[in-house]
Ligand binder design. Sequence first.
Ligand SMILES: [Zn+2]
Length: 572
Amino acid sequence: MAFGSSVRATGAAAGVLLAAGLLFSTSRRQAASDQSNQLQKAASTLSYANPMRTQARDSTFAVKHYDLNLDIDPAKRRVSGRSTLEILVTSRELHTLSLNMADNLTANSVQLENKQLQLVHRDNRLNITLERPYHDGSRFQIVINYGITQGGDGLVFDEHDSVPMVYTYGLPFTAQQWFPCKDSPDDKADSADIAITVPTPLVAVSNGRLVRTRTNSEGTTTFYWQVRYPIYPDVISIAVTNYATFTLPYHYGQSQVMPMAFYVYPEDLEKARQQFVVLPEIMKYYVSTFGEYPFIKEKYGVAEFAKRSFREHQTLSSFAANLITTGHENDWILAHELAHQWFGNCISVKNWSHIWLNEGFANYSYALWKEDTEGKEAYLNLMRSWDKDEFDGPVFIKDPTNKNALFSETTFQKGAWVLHMLRHVIGDEAFFNALRSYVKTYAYKSAITEDFELVCEKEYGRPLNWFFKEWVYGVNRPFYQYAWQMKAGVNRSVVELTINQSRSDPAAFEMPIDVVINTEKGENKFVAWQKFTSQNFQFSVEGVPKQVELDPEGWILKKVRQAESLTVRASE
Ligand SMILES: [Zn+2]
């Protein structure tokens, strides 16, 4: 594949660049460092209007293609940008085009068919007056020239080992901090082209395939990246520094190979080689569980960056320098980010309120891989370790501009627990079929919780609204109190079990509860489907019962207490 040779070429170029990178002069480093300090001071005194507060859903148009040209001067911490957006009109008449463009960007000019258009840039919006109305279904290309001197969270000027680095940090609402766009996870362009010009010998990486590099006369190199799968703005990414590169093969089909390409600091190369070796294994497991890697004609890549975090940029996850350790303690992050290529990128959310469809799924994917490699007990232990007794608020995030709520234990851990519990409710066969069917149905599109619910109901054959209402939209957990007594029968004993939900809020959670009854003859497993605040169940077992446990493996987020005796109350 052409891409294979491109990556090899980049790898070789990176080797040369690595050597040249060491030649960065001390004075240049010092100057960059001084400038960095000054700019950091300046940045701390600036306050931008929060772009997260200026979201307005605009259904009057869609962006079908982004062509981004960025000329980056890391020493001056400046970017000059030219973006060409292909617009599809989706309303009866479009007179004004309103794009997301954060106030840290400077809009210089806007052109349509070589004519300058009037623009107003304020409150994180770029409003462009069109010369004539455009009708439903028509398309046009708009060219926006702009500059960035302050990147905000979306685009960061940094350095490592005294070498400059520039990187983007996606979602939510950060794309608009480095290019004008329609900044919404359900507004996917069909494709994108990203050209990044940087001083030689720096390396610029981005989404999709590297189709060519060009050496320019003024001591710069341009890297051309091409995305030919649907993509939404927040997962478009660039990362620039003196990267060293290596690849690992992912084999698929008859004898095809997709490169897994890694871009790391030269000083971390050997560590990353050891640590990332696990990724092709995780990839294989995910493909067998969810279906083929969604961006198989491009790549899966990881770019090291300076932020102490990680992000699922499409085909190019960003991974913090401090997470590269050679050990396996961060495997969960590598697995989490790779899972986002299915859950988050291939299927994006329609709006951020449903972010658990990204974060809960990505965490749970890691748990599934752990189960596959280390067994059921390791899986159950991991799930138990993610049970935080109390989770703040529902998994569905009412205020999608609340970043702390979007990225919280509730969406990551409880989100994963929702899937863990759902699996137990509908059974393994229906559950794994539902995961595959969900990926197939919503691939390259956007989804909300109800879309996933519908897929699960189809596989299960029964309604599941009650489940999602309790666990995605509801809060808290059931508080089970139970007591049991034995009634002797002929050759068998009957265990009469009472389960009350005395302090649950809401008063009663509906859940199938595993009941394990131990007798001197062995273990007996049953399911008590509890729906009301108080219910009585009878189970026939061989031998004399010694012990009765509720959900001993931990398939329900719950509190449980055994009582001496309980009376069955009238159910509500
Ligand atoms: Zn994530």
